[in-house]
Each structure stands twice: as structure tokens, then as C-alpha cells.
Design a protein around this ligand. Structure first.
Ligand code: PLP
Length: 361
């Protein structure tokens, strides 16, 4: 089998070693005579998977003791609603930094639940940058400030986070979680769907400070309350056991690679190759994001016209590349270089870009 050069935006590449390990354990999990998917989530086997996944997440991301690691369902999209349901209390406003398509979706859900304020917006720059920290204005009665650390579609990323004092800082880290070290203590809550950097879809990670998970408003149904899942250690109801198991294998793989700091360097090297191909092309390729807002997870770029972009996608597919077409809302091209995307894939892409330019430039 030849593995594709997988630049999919999500669900995305999973390390080959992890897939092979999962295959080995697929039919018979640790001699149990059944797969992990066929077991009770109350079994000792699964309890261990649940605990280990949370412990590894803590260890790798250096999450302080006073935070819970929750393994939930419903994707980051459910968090868009669950966050304001739990934390946007009457008389307060949910403050949002508007940086693109995903921030917009979070804002839309907050409006359904309560009062929303835009603390900063880069809409006038077509979302091709994140705001400077001094552009962010947090209202006095803010329940929290929400940022999207990495805008997967636009290809922008925060490289530093605002200090919000006593106002909890919240981040949607769906597309850059565990790609670089983060000072967790700055945040009240972090959430991420797993299908970009943590494994397959089906599980959503929420890292929440104890005081924010202490007591959700009584009007919220049990499944949508953070305190329900915090108290039950994410075993309130049947969890997505296979997805959690896969996530555990991915976390072990990250640990084996040397941890998050090592991945951060590797990710910079990977995207560096592609950004260099863009910047060294004399304008044949044009990076979308402003240089200081460039993402190390999603490289977005354009060419002179759509015909050329179409030809690029078509020829790249013939050479074994997958997922280079930009998001349907913005067009252009995008290479998603999440943790599991190999340096070799990025080298091959940079090489392909140079050859394509020679033929068509
Ligand atoms: C993919 C993505 C989402 C949506 O995640 P779902 O798990 O599909 O709900 C939300 N936010 C960001 C930043 C994303 O990249």
C-alpha cells in the first residue's frame, strides 16, 4: 500500500503507527476475547482507557491540577452552545473575538443563548489576520472572552494570547490543540473536536478550570452541563469508546515523539517548507494570511486565477496528494499540516509546488 500525502482539513491524517497498533488490537483487546468496542464502558478495561487518555492529555499539555479533562460528544459545534449555556449568566455578556468562519459560528450560537459582544474583529481585513492584543476590548460585564486560536479555513493563528485578568479566557483549539505548548493557566476553558490533531471524529475534549465546572445553571439538561461530566469523570453516559481508545493511541504516539515541544518544532519545519515555496515563488503563489498571523496548521494560498488552481488540484491528486483544495466558502488552496502529517509529505508538496511553477509559471 502507498499512503497518500494527506493534507485533509478534518477528519485528517492519523499516524500510520497508530492505525497499525489499532489494527493489531482491533479484534482481541488485551486478550479479552472481544474488541474494545464490544465491552461495557463500566469494565476495568475501558475505565483504564478513559483514565489513561485523560492522564496523558494532562501530562502532554501540562494541564494544572485544578482543571478537569472532559471527553464529550457532539463536536466543537456543540461546545459553541454548551459554553454560553453554562457560563453566560444573566446580566453578563459573552465577549467574542471575530476572526473568521469558526468564530462566527460560535458567535451565532451565543446569540441564541444570551447577550453577545464583539471584543475585536478582523472582518474588514477579510479575516486574513488575527487582531493585535491591543485591539481587543473586553466589556466590564463579560462572562468570558472567546477566541479561536486557529482559524482552520482562513489559515490564521494567534501566536500570543490576551491577559484577561479575572475574566475567563476561552479558546476553540479544534485545529491546533497539542501542536504547540500553551500556558493553560491563562485559560478558563479550552475545547477541541478530536478529528484534526487528536485522532478520529467522535470525541470532543474540554479542559475546564474547576470553579467553572462547579455548578452549571439548574435550567440546563444533564447532558449539556459541564458539572455532570466533571463529576462523572466523563462516564455519565456511554462514551464514544472507540474514538477515545484511538485518541489514547495518538497521545501515546505524541509522547513517543518527545512531546508537544518537539511537535511544535516539527510543525514549524513542516509549514516552513510550504511557506518558503510560496514566498520564494516570486508571486506565482500568494499566501492568504498576513505574515505575522500565519497558521502553522493550515497553510492557505492562491494563484493567479481559478483555472490554474483547478489544474494544481487535479495534477496534485494524480501525484498522490489529497485535500489541497481550499474550503468551499473561500476557494483557493489549503494544506493542513496537523501533527500526524509527516515532514516527508510536506517536502513532497514543496517539491511539487516548485515543479508545477516551472511548468505553468
Ligand atoms: C473543525 C472545527 C470546528 C468544528 O468541529 P466539529 O467537531 O465538526 O463540530 C470548530 N472549530 C474549529 C476551529 C474547527 O477547526
Amino acid at each position: 500500500m502507498t499512503r497518500a500525502y494527506n493534507f485533509n482539513a478534518g477528519p485528517a491524517a492519523i499516524p500510520l503507527e497508530v492505525l497499525q497498533q489499532a489494527q493489531e488490537q482491533f479484534v482481541d483487546y488485551q486478550g479479552a476475547g472481544m474488541s474494545i468496542m464490544e465491552m461495557s464502558h463500566r469494565s476495568t478495561f475501558y475505565e483504564q482507557v478513559n483514565n489513561e487518555t485523560q492522564d496523558l492529555m494532562r501530562e502532554l499539555f501540562q494541564i494544572p491540577e485544578n482543571y478537569h479533562v472532559l471527553l464529550l460528544q457532539g463536536g466543537a459545534s456543540t461546545q459553541f452552545a454548551m459554553l454560553p449555556m453554562n457560563l453566560l449568566t444573566p446580566g453578563k455578556v459573552g465577549a467574542y473575538v471575530q476572526t473568521g468562519a469558526w468564530a462566527d459560528k460560535a458567535i451565532k450560537e451565543a446569540k441564541v443563548i444570551g447577550e453577545m459582544a464583539v471584543a475585536a474583529s478582523t472582518a474588514s481585513d477579510s479575516f486574513m489576520r488575527v487582531p493585535r492584543l491591543d485591539e481587543i476590548v473586553v466589556p466590564e460585564n463579560a462572562a468570558y472572552l472567546h477566541v479561536t486560536s486557529n482559524e482552520t479555513i482562513g489559515g490564521t493563528q494567534f501566536h500570543e494570547f490576551p491577559d484577561t485578568g479575572s475574566v475567563p479566557l476561552i479558546s476553540d483549539m479544534s485545529s491546533d490543540i497539542l501542536s504547540r505548548p500553551v500556558d493553560i493557566g491563562k485559560f478558563g476553558l479550552i475545547y477541541a473536536g478530536a478529528q484534526k490533531n487528536l485522532g478520529p471524529s467522535g470525541v470532543t475534549v474540554v479542559i475546564i478550570r474547576d470553579d467553572l465546572a462547579a455548578d452549571s445553571p439548574k435550567s440546563i439538561p444533564a447532558m449539556l452541563r459541564y458539572d455532570t461530566h466533571a463529576k462523572a469523570k466523563s462516564l455519565y453516559n456511554t462514551p464514544p469508546s472507540f474514538s477515545v481508545f484511538m485518541m489514547k493511541l495518538v497521545l501515546q504516539w505524541i509522547k513517543g515523539k518527545g512531546g508537544v515541544a518537539q511537535l511544535d518544532q516539527l510543525n514549524r519545519d513542516k509549514t516552513g517548507l510550504i511557506y518558503d515555496a510560496i514566498d520564494g515563488s516570486g508571486g506565482f503563489y500568494k499566501g492568504c494570511a498576513h505574515t505575522d498571523s500565519r497558521s502553522i496548521m493550515n497553510v492557505t494560498f492562491r494563484m493567479a486565477n481559478e483555472e490554474l488552481e483547478k489544474l494544481f488540484v487535479k495534477q496534485s491528486e494524480a501525484e498522490g496528494f489529497v485535500g489541497l483544495k481550499g474550503h468551499r466558502d473561500v476557494g483557493g488552496l489549503r494544506a493542513s499540516t496537523y501533527n500526524a502529517v509527516t515532514l516527508e509529505s510536506c517536502q513532497a508538496l514543496a517539491q511539487f509546488m516548485k515543479e508545477f511553477q516551472q511548468k505553468n509559471g
